[in-house]
Design a protein around this ligand. Sequence first.
Ligand SMILES: C[S@@+](CC[C@H](N)C(=O)[O-])C[C@H]1O[C@@H](n2cnc3c(N)ncnc32)[C@H](O)[C@@H]1O
Length: 277
Amino acid sequence: MNYRHAFHAGNFADLQKHAILIALLAALTADETPLSVIDTHAGAGAYDLGGDMAQRSGEAAAGIGKLLAAKNAPAVFAPLVAAVKALNGGGEGSLYPGSPLLIARSLRKTDRYVACELRPDDFDSLRRSLAPYPFAQAVRDDGYATAVAKAGKGGQGGGRTFVLIDPPFERSDDYAQIVATTKAVLARDSQAVIAAWMPLKDLETFDAFMRAMETVTRDALAAELRLRPLADPMKMNGCAMVMVGAPRSAEAAIAEVTTWLAENVGDAGAKARIWRA
Ligand SMILES: C[S@@+](CC[C@H](N)C(=O)[O-])C[C@H]1O[C@@H](n2cnc3c(N)ncnc32)[C@H](O)[C@@H]1O
């Protein structure tokens, strides 16, 4: 496991994933039903964009750097910007929150959150990040297996389940694992909401993934953020969030996030495509 999210924290892909994550959680916590969240690939919890890894990649400058400097950013990004500011003591600073802090900030004390991370160094940082949140638990376990084992537990207690799947895609079977995990989670809890992030490199890989998803659910929503034409499969030409059971009330926010990013951080000809399979 060589992947370190610290190289990529705060990049355009994090902005799409994190702003959509916050919008989904806002919709799922709009009533009093308790929510059980499983974050299969949690990472370190928070990142220092002034650190060596982030500085070497320079990706954050083209992502959160542009969002913070933008005069036209829509209100849908306000909760993410507020989370960044809160982590930096209310002002400007170099810290950027990962999915664990964004989830923990969005939940209520009656909700539950399990964050999975396998790398020992990132796990230590994750545990420290989540320490102030008594309803959150960091586990050093495989995220796919944990999601399947925990799904349905919220349902039994009358609550809902939300699963975020955000693998590093270092292994070629991550696409198949997302499909298999979605199938197994839905078998245990047909009402579960699932959101999976993935890179967009070439169209064939994404199309094959969506066709496989259609064999396990009839309720997939894809938000594609194409920064440039998907011509060079060796490059990350964009990214996508694919969601199952996404609340209809979150759809406008999902579209707004993806469209603004295409228009403001993409190349000329960048595109947002929001569609239901
Ligand atoms: C893309 S990063 C996660 C970023 C995080 N979700 C965020 O938005 O801040 C993926 C993480 O998954 C971890 N990882 C890889 N395979 C895993 C597995 N099977 N179970 C749990 N964590 C895993 C990696 O060590 C890495 O830190």
